[in-house]
Design a protein around this ligand. Structure first.
Ligand code: BGC
Length: 463
């Protein structure tokens, strides 16, 4: 049955993304209940909140080597096992110490999966749908965040936190079930010298394509490459793709996306949404749902329009809306009376935030993950993707950890304008350095790094 394997790959990547989004989002609603039950102080609450991100960073780093050694598929199974275990430890934790252990396990699992799952999908998908396949990952992240917001909303009374944390074991189990019948990626098989399995895997996902030609291209490149090592990842020869991947990963976070995701309620409160119910509804729909819906744009068009146009248009949309959000806070600062009830300022802020989220969702959200997973040469892809992904997690941690202090230091307006500045940096960086990878096989993308004129054409869009 043609297509069924491709659907299976889609399912794997979606389940991995769902876990990522859900685990990232659900904790804010659970904190209250945890605090009541264990009477923990602020520091421990912060640890319980943010160590998932640090665990994910460590997981991402380890995942590179694992994915190159054990294969993409077993690495995903390992990650799923970790967060099933972590979710159960969290749900059953008798005290705050064990809860922290559960958080670290979950974080570590999410981190490993955040490297292995998109990598697996990017390597297994035919190039005509590769962007779309990796964008499915982002779509699932946004659905996970939406479900988490919804759970937070239900958790307002704070007594069901164990259920909400434990529930993420279910998609973890489903992930194992979804991936077991699938093959590993053909590119990994070739690296391991398992050519028959590589051929079979290629044939399964694209039964009507010219499997032999594709296999020959993968093998040809593999024969020329050194074995992937950490030394290779940082070798001068590959400096350019390494820097591009890390820069995009960091910029994705420095544009403030998770500050908005985590602190949306607070931002809406400051902008004049006075009741907690009103704030959490605004967050659920204006941020959570818009994030999901706008991601469809990328899923539908990333392989048609290409990566560069989406990134360029998106970073302009994000930058402009952040400038407006900042300006609204400036108005609020000067005329605090405007802050009561949902004033014009509040409504404009809401519209600007919706525009920001929508612009992120069709551009930097999905496309950064897509590019990170397609620009590295095959022999070091696992490790290089891991470095870029870990940089993304570290930046996410930095922003969410220091957002409130930053607001204290340079005000809300200043903070949003700073994020807007990073949108401008993203725009110019993409325009100057990021090649278009739409429609190219991973082997063709790899060839770009050694071919100046092809690279210039891929950046200028003149191929
Ligand atoms: C980012 C996450 C973010 C999410 C929001 C992802 O691409 O990596 O940090 O929370 O998008 O939709």
């Amino acid at each position: 049955m043609p297509g069924v394997y491709l659907l299976g790959v889609g399912l794997v990547i979606m389940l991995a993304g769902l876990l990522f989004g859900y685990d990232q989002g659900v904790i804010s609603g659970a904190l209250d209940g945890i605090q009541k039950q264990f009477s923990v102080g602020t520091f421990l609450l912060e640890v319980i909140t943010s160590w998932v991100t640090l665990g994910a960073m460590a997981g991402a780093l380890v995942a590179g080597g694992l994915a190159d050694r054990m294969g993409r598929r077993w690495t995903i199974v390992f990650a799923a096992g970790l967060f099933v275990a972590g979710a159960l430890v969290e749900a059953l934790a008798p005290g705050s110490g064990i809860l922290v252990v559960g958080r670290l396990l979950v974080g570590f699992g999410v981190g490993v999966a955040s490297v292995a799952a998109p990598l697996y999908a990017a390597e297994l998908a035919p190039s005509r749908v590769r962007g779309r396949m990796v964008s499915l990952y982002q779509l699932a992240i946004t659905i996970g965040i939406f479900i988490a917001y919804f759970a937070d909303y239900l958790l307002i009374n704070g007594d069901k936190w164990r259920v909400m944390l434990g529930i993420s074991a279910i998609p973890g189990v489903l992930l194992v079930l979804a991936i077991l019948p699938l093959p590993d990626s053909p590119r990994w098989y070739v690296k391991e010298g398992r050519h028959d399995e590589a051929r079979a895997a290629l044939h399964k996902v694209e039964p009507f394509a010219d499997t032999d030609a594709e296999l020959a291209a993968i093998e040809d490149l593999n024969a020329k490459e050194a074995r992937g090592s950490w030394g290779e990842v940082f070798a001068t020869r590959w400096r350019r793709p390494l820097v591009i991947g890390i820069a995009l990963a960091v910029l994705q976070q420095f544009t403030g996306i998770n500050a908005i995701i985590y602190y949306a309620d607070k931002i809406f409160a400051a902008a004049g949404f006075s009741t907690p119910g009103g704030q959490s509804l605004a967050t659920l729909w204006a941020i959570g749902a818009v994030n999901v819906v706008a991601t469809f744009v990328a899923v539908a068009w990333v392989d048609r329009f290409g990566r560069r146009p989406l990134l360029l248009v998106g970073s302009v949309g994000m930058g402009v809306s952040l400038i407006v959000v900042g300006a609204m806070f400036e108005v609020l600062d000067r005329h605090p009376s405007h802050g009561g009830g949902t004033s014009t300022t509040g409504v404009v802020t809401l519209i600007a935030l919706v525009t920001f989220i929508a612009s992120f969702a069709f551009s930097l959200g999905p496309v950064v993950w897509t590019i990170i997973n397609e620009i590295y040469p095959s022999h070091m892809r696992g490790r290089a993707v891991a470095v870029a992904t870990a940089a993304n997690w570290f930046s996410a941690w930095l922003v969410s950890q220091f957002f409130l202090s930053l607001v204290g230091l340079i005000t809300e307006a200043g903070t949003f304008w700073l994020f807007a500045g990073f949108c401008a940096v993203t725009f110019f960086f993409v325009r100057r350095f990021v090649p278009e990878t739409k429609g190219k096989s991973l082997e063709e993308v790899e060839a770009l790094w050694g071919d100046r004129s092809a690279m210039r054409a891929a950046i200028a869009g003149t191929e």
